[in-house]
Design a protein around this ligand. Structure first.
Ligand SMILES: *[C@@H]1O[C@H](CO)[C@@H](O)[C@H](O)[C@H]1NC(C)=O
Length: 391
């Protein structure tokens, strides 16, 4: 029975899954319901055309309200590397079921090393045709322990990994000069802006992190927004850079138009096209050389900044309404969504009209909506299987 339920859940996630780096130091490890969900995928959903408080750290479904357990940090060893597991569901990482459902790939399945689909890989949903085309991902750091103090102006990209997301186990390099964090740790962010292959969305997630083995006291500087500088290195933003914020309704920090050198619509990303070298970003230490950093003052309270029940209720209801928009990813998916039942259409209408009623949803209603999402994803799976046979 349990195995059967698990299999069903995992099968459903294979199809609509996007990707996120899993680690015990992440926010939202257990999901956003308040109980532990070993099969959660609450953090993997893409962010597209949202107001700032909804895209920032995946606020639309309350991820920032679910900190990691006390004492759990993403550890960043100065001058060395750290590992995260990029996957579409916690159930496909070693953080659940002793890793029984893991493979080399993010969705617990197996593919050839030179996995390539001219029409884009959709399983898992990597937003790329192959490894070479994978856009690149990044981690950024803010020298505060309080997630509420983190803003685009103090969240600095410190490491980039070209050609990711790709396989599950992914390493990022830490600059040797990273100074130590405040006693309560730092807040890190992960970002991914895919290069085409579906909705031009982005991914932005929070982590509690700390630098280990720090020997330097050079502080990180104030970051500037990256700019598009493909084949024009002199035009790139030098020194510390902000994360890329793109295609949202508010808070974008980069604008592009026209085509890139490959003749595709420009899509800013954590790679050379926006002036990010692969690996540790060693040019970010332009701040005053003080104790630990120029970051905003912070207390040691991050470890105990538990979830706030009030915001949780509000955010999880906005989650379900946002999902209606956010999950519409490919042409195929649109078909599945428009073919879904009237209750999700009603949810979409309520969300579109911004109905205040919609904000205070009962637990039962939220459960019903979750079930509805599940049905939709299964419908999408069937649709895709039919489409796949058609190719
Ligand atoms: C990756 O995909 C692109 C776009 O389809 C293609 O031009 C390129 O040849 C592919 N590279 C590999 C190594 O398959």
């Amino acid at each position: 029975m349990l195995a059967c339920l698990l299999a069903t859940t995992l099968a459903a996630t294979f199809v609509h899954a996007h990707l996120a780096p899993w680690h015990k130091g992440m926010y939202g490890l257990n999901g956003v319901t308040g109980s532990i969900n070993y099969n959660t995928d609450d953090v993997v959903h893409p962010l597209y055309q949202l107001p700032q408080d909804q895209w920032w750290f995946h606020g639309y479904n309350g991820v920032p309200n679910f900190p990691p357990a006390d004492g759990d940090f993403l550890e960043l060893p100065a001058g060395k590397s750290f590992m995260v597991e990029i996957a579409s569901n916690r159930g496909e990482t070693t953080l659940s079921f002793d890793g029984d459902y893991t493979t080399d790939w993010p969705d617990g399945q197996n593919y050839p090393d030179d996995y390539n689909v001219d029409t884009c890989i959709t399983s898992p949903n990597m937003h790329t045709q192959n490894e070479t085309r994978a856009a690149g991902t990044a981690f950024a750091i803010s020298y505060t322990s309080d997630i509420k103090q983190v803003t685009p102006a103090n969240l600095i990209v410190f490491t980039v990994r070209y050609h990711t997301p790709w396989k599950r186990v992914t390493y990022y390099d830490v600059p040797a000069d990273m100074p130590a964090c405040p006693a309560g740790g730092c807040i890190c962010g992960w970002g991914w802006v895919p290069n085409g292959c579906g909705q031009p969305n982005m991914y932005h997630l929070p982590y509690r992190c700390k630098v280990t083995g720090a020997t330097s006291t050079k502080a990180v500087g104030t970051p500037k927004p990256p700019v598009w500088c493909e084949n024009n290195p002199d035009g790139c933003t030098k020194g510390p850079k902000q994360m890329i914020y793109w295609n949202q309704n508010e808070g974008n920090n980069i604008q592009v138009d026209g085509l890139d050198a490959a003749g595709e619509p420009k899509s800013p990303a954590y790679n050379a096209k926006c002036g990010f070298p692969d690996g540790a970003q060693n040019d970010i230490f332009t701040g005053a050389s003080s104790g630990s950093s120029s970051g905003s003052g912070s207390s040691d309270s991050s470890g105990s900044s538990g979830s706030t029940t009030n915001t949780k209720a509000t955010s999880s209801s906005s989650s379900s309404s946002s999902n209606t928009n956010i999950d519409v990813d490919t042409g195929a998916k649109k078909v599945a969504v428009s073919g879904s039942s009237s209750s999700s259409a009603a949810a979409a209408a309520a969300s579109a009209s911004g109905s205040a009623k919609h904000v205070c949803k009962t637990r039962k209603a939220r459960r019903a909506e979750a079930a509805e999402r599940e049905r939709r994803s299964e419908a999408f799976s069937m649709h895709r299987k039919r489409s796949a046979r058609g190719f």
